[in-house]
Design a protein around this ligand. Structure first.
Ligand code: NAG
Ligand code: NAG
Ligand code: NAG
Ligand code: NAG
Ligand code: NAG
Ligand code: NAG
Ligand code: NAG
Ligand code: NAG
Length: 479
């Protein structure tokens, strides 16, 4: 209000001075500072000091571009110029009004201060452009997407992955109309879309791009190699080699090599493959390796010798044990081992019952291909005859048996308990006897033979479990 008053007063004063001199003041541009494209908007250019009776030409330009006239108006009596303009995108920027006397070159033209205009072009036809141009990439690569609109100014962008908003993070870098994902992996696969927005006077314009489907393939990991043996018929054997990768996006091409020679290859929609290779038993047939490739680089397994040796005897079974309190055997470990064989299958038997896995008193621990261990606790259930059998895992017909061994609690504890009981029992008995002898000896010191006879009685007791008969004692005393 004050400003307006000041401008009016200033204008009046300048009008008065204009009466005296042919002086052209600086024009003043007014109009909206934001406009929508295609709208018709009026800009005004006003003079506060101008020569009387002199037609004044008012022209509107973009600042710095006088070659292109946007609009013009001839003010005959100092009235403000009106420029109705159909807003175009290129009008954005600083507008300026140039005032000049139409027929008087003595009067110097003047230029207004710039008036900034922002032009809103509603967004239209957004689309996602992949910077590298590749829709398929491999784990670890950087993905850069770029949202392009056919039209739109002062646009902001949002990104969607499979319809859900992508929130910026150190791995998802969003800037202007770019989305950059560093160190991608298969979880970044999906349909990417962008939404472009702009706004004019509370109206929001938006355009959602169609989805761009990106596939990030995880690199295939080094495969594990293993094989099982199959008996085809009585003469023919083969191995089924299995190659297994734990990571990697299918399809994966697996190749099986024997040293440098390709044995077979296949492409699977999975991360494992099996190959059948005929073999001859008991012969070293080379070294096998699996190679896996899902497009970027090849992953290699360890080398594995291709050799199948059937089991051969003798089959040995031995054991060791743990002793608990009171010198009692509480736990036992049986070990079963064959002299040779690359693919043994072990079986444990108690009497004729097969023991496998975990039972009430035992636990079978396979340690292939070397041996099998049977852990057990000693009790009433564990009594019986034990043996183990070894056969080829691919051929049950070849079972070889170990020697049989009978074990129960008594057998196991005989050695420790008996020895300890005899030694300890006799020792204490002798001490008691000797003490009694000494007492008696002191009392009846005339019987010098008595300590000897006590010793004889003690020894007899230990080894025959009975006190010698009184007759013999009597004789001894009488002599
Ligand atoms: C300007 O001058 C020219 C010739 O001097 C004349 O023809 C024209 O009418 C004048 N224009 C105005 C607006 O006075
Ligand atoms: C802005 O919107 C309001 C209503 O929301 C309307 O009255 C006004 O005329 C609009 N202005 C322009 C410049 O379109
Ligand atoms: C885009 O605009 C339409 C109306 O033109 C509206 O229905 C829709 O919700 C808007 N979308 C977003 C994401 O703002
Ligand atoms: C081994 O298998 C092949 C084909 O499978 C067969 O032709 C051959 O007769 C077999 N050999 C024996 C000894 O069975
Ligand atoms: C399999 O091996 C053959 C012979 O070397 C080769 O021509 C073919 O391209 C390989 N296939 C794949 C899927 O690698
Ligand atoms: C891969 O493993 C799966 C499951 O273990 C099995 O169903 C499939 O047959 C295997 N594929 C090949 C080619 O061996
Ligand atoms: C095994 O046989 C013996 C007799 O030979 C028997 O005493 C024992 O109870 C049997 N054990 C089992 C678990 O059957
Ligand atoms: C070998 O024994 C296993 C387990 O007892 C059985 O599943 C398999 O069918 C047998 N194989 C042959 C060839 O007898």
């Amino acid at each position: 209000m004050f400003m307006l008053l000041f401008v009016i007063i200033l204008g009046k004063q300048q009008t008065h001075t204009a009466l005296q001199h042919p002086y052209l003041g600086k024009p003043w541009v007014s109009g909206p500072s934001v406009a929508l494209e295609k709208e018709i908007v009026d800009f005004h250019c006003q003079l506060f000091a101008y020569p009387k009776n002199e037609p004044i030409l008012l022209r509107l330009f973009k600042e710095g571009d006088r070659s292109k006239l946007l609009a013009l108006y001839t003010s005959l009596d100092g009235e403000p110029g009106v420029f109705p303009i159909i807003i175009k995108h290129h009008h954005e920027g600083n507008l300026e009004c140039v005032a000049s006397a139409q027929n008087n070159t003595l009067i110097k033209p003047t230029t207004s201060n710039p008036h900034h205009l922002k032009v809103i072009v509603p967004v239209k036809d957004a689309k996602v452009v992949i910077s590298s141009g590749k829709k398929e990439l491999f784990e670890g690569a950087t993905l850069e997407l770029h949202c392009q609109c056919q039209a739109g100014t002062h646009v902001t962008y949002k990104w969607l992955l499979n319809g859900r908003p992508v929130s910026p993070s150190p791995l998802y870098y969003v800037s202007d109309n770019y989305l950059r994902i560093y160190r991608t992996n298969s979880e970044h696969s999906g349909s990417y879309a962008c939404i472009a927005f702009n706004q004019y006077n509370n109206t929001v314009f938006n355009s959602t791009s169609p989805g761009a489907v990106i596939t990030v393939r995880d690199l295939v990991s080094n495969p594990d190699i293993s094989f099982t043996v199959l008996k085809q018929d009585s003469q023919n054997y083969s191995v089924v080699v299995s190659c297994l990768s734990t990571r990697g996006t299918p399809p994966v091409t697996f190749s099986l090599y024997n040293r440098k020679d390709l044995v077979a290859n296949m492409t699977v929609e999975d991360r494992n493959a099996t190959f059948s290779v005929p073999i001859v038993l008991d012969r070293h047939l080379g070294w096998l390796q699996c190679q896996a490739d899902n497009g970027d680089r090849t992953a290699y397994s360890q080398w594995m010798p291709l050799e199948v040796v059937p089991v051969g005897g003798p089959v040995s079974m031995h054991y060791d044990y743990d002793i608990g309190e009171n010198f009692v055997v509480v736990g036992l470990r049986f070990y079963c081992k064959a002299a040779k064989g690359t693919h043994p299958r072990f079986q444990w038997f108690l009497n004729t019952t097969l023991l496998y896995g975990r039972g009430s008193f035992y636990y079978v621990v396979e340690q292939p291909p070397e041996r099998s261990v049977l852990l057990m606790s000693v009790g009433r259930d564990s009594a019986g005859t034990y043996h183990c059998q070894v056969s080829d895992s691919f051929d049950n017909a070849t079972a070889l048996s170990s020697k049989r061994l009978y074990l129960d609690k008594e057998v196991l504890n005989r050695l420790p308990v008996l020895v300890v009981a005899i030694v300890f029992g006799c020792f204490s008995f002798i001490i008691v006897l000797v003490s009694i002898c000494c007492v008696i000896g002191v009392v009846f010191s005339e019987f010098t033979l008595f300590p000897l006879s006590s010793l004889v009685i003690g020894v007899e007791l230990c080894f025959h479990g009975k006190i010698p008969d009184a007759k013999w004692k009597k004789n001894l005393f009488e002599n």
